[in-house]
Design a protein around this ligand. Structure first.
Ligand code: NAP
Ligand code: ZN
Length: 353
């Protein structure tokens, strides 16, 4: 084991603060990565504050972070995918059983024995996994991704969660040219959803509660912007969407969006608010509409998404912050004041004792 610097939450109410943690030394299949940038996902905030207690209660101390990019500093003797000095990325998963039907089909995200990057039982240490708000991490090479060389590193970090979480359902639900696609919420996930839907050739409509994001949404690739609190603007789109991706982090009325779907249209939830959402049955019955959900994406699909971003030069729009500003960034996330992903410059961790 060796010591790594990190930021942790010690309970659901305290701010994140500097700490030192023990990481495992690399086994033959592991790479050790010096973390250069780590994105701040709203899931980090949900978990730090134990808002998902019913599904995955937070174990403290909690070290969040699953949008990790960095450089390989050590490679185990059996590592073939990376060598010391290579760029490397880690997303929301660090292990799975690799033998179940889901893993065999490349759907590690559905593996019953999945290990998430943080706040999950850690087979190696017997404790819980610690995420990317840290100066280094050790991960099995199979769960480490390659970053296309042309992508800006800080802008690439959010692809590891916000990117794959929006790319995967768009592929599954066949977002393509000729489809009318809605994206709800222009935050970290939503702004990647707009970029992908646009790159895939769809007609993209962004729904926002923040009128001041309208110009940005158009610049990011939306063809139209609807202020969702304006009932008249909403009504104009009734019964017209093939697919809507809902990336909202808080309680909101999804019935308003179900009614905008055409026959057989689908609304896919990627946002994971703390409280259950109410669904009016008739919004589904009329038009044989469906409601679905989607978690992150598999490892092969994540690499495919990164390669797609390399070809189309897609990265997140980021605000880079030192780690000392992480609590301020969380407060701003709660006010929907993010353009459009906070990314921690991990060099700032060197200033901590
Ligand atoms: P974020 O950057 O904070 O963005 C959330 C956006 O939702 C806000 O910018 C805002 O957009 C909108 N919003 C916030 N409060 C709202 C309210 N009360 N009513 C309506 N709209 C509201 O969050 P994120 O990192 O993109 O994450 C979004 C959600 O996805 C979170 O719940 C997160 O945990 C979840 N998530 C799920 C997965 C998965 O695997 N499915 C992966 C990552 C994250 P406007 O200002 O445009 O209205
Ligand atoms: Zn995330």
């Amino acid at each position: 084991m060796y010591n790594a610097k990190a930021y942790s939450a010690t309970d659901e109410k305290s701010p994140l603060a500097s700490t030192t943690i023990a990481r495992r030394d690399p086994t033959p299949n592991d790479v050790q990565i010096e973390i250069l940038f780590c994105g701040i996902c709203h899931s980090d905030l949900h978990q730090v504050r134990n808002e998902w207690s019913g599904v995955m209660p937070t174990v403290y101390p909690c070290i969040p972070g699953h949008e990790i990019v960095g450089r390989v500093t050590k490679a185990g003797s059996d590592v073939t995918k990376f060598k010391v000095g290579d760029l490397a990325a880690v997303g929301c998963m660090v292990d799975s059983d690799r033998v179940c039907p889901e893993c065999r089909q490349g759907f590690e995200q559905f593996c019953p024995n999945l290990t998430l990057t943080y706040n999950f039982p850690d087979k190696h240490t017997g404790g819980v996994t610690y995420g990317g708000y840290s100066d280094s991490i050790v991960v099995d090479q199979q769960f480490v991704l390659k970053i296309p060389a042309n992508l800006d590193l800080a802008g690439a970090a959010p692809l590891l969660c916000a990117g794959i979480t929006t790319y995967s359902p768009m592929h599954y639900w066949g977002v393509t040219k000729g489809k009318k696609v809605g994206v709800v919420g222009l935050g970290g996930l939503g702004h990647m959803g707009v970029k992908f839907a646009h790159a895939l050739g769809a007609h993209v409509v962004l729904f926002t509660t923040s009128p001041n994001k309208k110009e940005d949404a158009l610049r990011l690739g939306a063809d139209e912007v609807v202020i969702s609190r304006n009932a008249d603007e909403m009504a104009k789109h009734a019964g017209s969407f093939d697919f809507i991706l809902d990336a909202v982090s808080a309680d909101h009325d999804i019935n308003a969006y179900l009614g905008l779907l055409r026959r057989d249209g689908n609304l896919c939830l990627v946002g994971a608010p703390e409280k259950p959402l109410a669904v009016a049955a008739f919004n589904l019955l009329f038009g044989r509409r469906s409601l679905s959900g989607s978690p992150i994406g598999g490892i092969a699909e994540t690499q495919e998404m990164l390669n797609f971003c390399g070809r189309h030069n897609i990265t997140a729009d980021v605000e880079i912050i030192p780690i000392q500003k992480v609590n301020e960034a969380y407060d701003r996330l709660l006010k929907a004041d993010v353009k459009y992903r906070f990314v921690i410059d991990m060099a700032s961790l060197k200033n901590e004792a």
